[in-house]
Ligand binder design. Structure first.
Ligand code: HPA
Ligand SMILES: [Zn+2]
Length: 353
């Protein structure tokens, strides 16, 4: 296939996305719009010229020094989200883009503490995000769910309170979209072992578990997430490649890594996509999915990540089939939905070969 045909194939390939922060879809245009609507004061452009206009803020987002440099922009941006309609509009932006990129199943992260600490009720956040998910299911035939993330730079007591509040307000009930907990924000120096308490409680509630580990943190962060938090997946996990024993274990236990190639370049975890251990993970049988992380900040939605990986690694159609299958296998969905998605992948490949 030529580059153009490969691009069309990658767009058509049915995708599952497991590593997307809904707040990471908050573009400068949405930021200025909601700041005005909700009368939220943005930083004074005289002191922070990047907040002069949509254009200057877009330029600021072109380059980050580190994960923390990005997070500082990210947390400031979220402060404009106030009511359920704001959260719904933000999530709808994600689902529209994801659908256009060939996503059939999405498990999206959200950061409740970034909102509850500003006085926004957890129910408002979940209500808005769930409404957009229901619309994506109805209009696009997507399956969607939500992953409630704890902010690791806040004390574990705050994570415990968030979990309790979610449990007592029915956020984890059978008919809710929230099916899992995750752990995000500044990775070093906040290792997973600090969060054993809420993860134990989540497991007791029958909630799935994942955590960001091995993005900037060394492989011991991945080891802790697996052994101490009982995580079923690892978000990022690219530094797994530094520990051969752990890599063998992850492969044999079929722990899915939710890789975010463009994010790793934007946040300077690697210089370029070709430096990611994708070939090594494929050869070692480490299952992974490819994801967008924070699309507004890291060079676009999921298809850009698929295409960037193809440019760097020139994968075969059979390798793409195995990536698509691994991402279905690692999704938290019913067997029936899994079979449907496997079939869609096979149909797509038959059509394009
Ligand atoms: O890539 C990330 N890492 C940690 N926290 C985050 N919150 C949004 N994106 C990220
Ligand atoms: Zn992330």
């Amino acid at each position: 296939m030529c580059k153009h045909e490969m691009h069309a194939f990658l767009r058509a390939l049915p995708k599952c996305e497991h590593h997307i922060h809904l707040e990471g879809c908050l573009s400068p245009a949405i930021l200025f719009h909601l700041a005005k609507k909700n009368s939220i004061a943005l930083p004074d452009p005289a002191l922070r010229p990047e907040y002069t206009s949509v254009k200057t803020l877009e330029q600021r987002y072109e380059k980050f020094e580190s994960l923390q440099d990005f997070l500082d922009c990210h947390y400031l941006a979220m402060s404009v989200l106030m009511d359920a309609a704001d959260f719904e509009m933000l999530a709808w932006t994600y689902y529209e883009n994801a659908h256009a990129d060939g996503v059939h199943h999405a498990e999206a992260f959200f950061d409740p503490q970034s909102h509850t600490t500003r006085g926004i009720p957890l129910e408002t956040v979940v209500q808005g995000y769930e409404a957009a998910g229901r619309r994506a299911e109805a209009e696009f035939g997507m399956s969607t769910s939500l992953i409630l993330c704890f902010l690791r730079h806040l004390p574990v007591e705050s994570a415990n309170e968030t979990l309790q509040a979610a449990a007592s307000s029915g956020v984890f009930s059978k008919d809710s979209s929230v099916i899992a907990v995750g752990l995000d924000s500044s990775e070093v120096p906040f290792p997973p072992h600090l969060f054993q308490d809420p993860y134990k409680q989540a497991k007791n509630l029958g909630i799935h578990r994942t955590a960001h580990a091995g993005e900037e943190g060394d492989p011991s962060y991945i080891r802790q997430a697996l052994d101490l938090l009982d995580c079923e997946r690892i978000d990022h996990g690219l530094r797994l490649a530094e520990d051969a024993d752990l890599m063998r274990e992850v492969a044999s236990r079929k722990i899915l890594l939710t890789l975010c190639p463009l994010s790793n370049v934007y946040l300077r975890c690697v210089d370029k996509i070709a430096d990611l251990p994708i070939r090594r993970f494929l050869d070692a049988g480490v299952p992974f999915s490819l994801n967008s992380d924070d699309p507004v900040y890291f060079g676009g939605y999921i298809l850009n990540n698929y295409c960037a990986v193809q440019e760097a690694f020139n994968l075969s159609v059979e390798e793409w089939r195995s990536i698509a299958r691994a991402s279905i296998e690692g999704s938290w969905i019913s067997q029936k939905r899994r079979s449907t998605l496997f079939q869609l992948v096979d149909d797509c490949i038959a059509k394009h070969t």
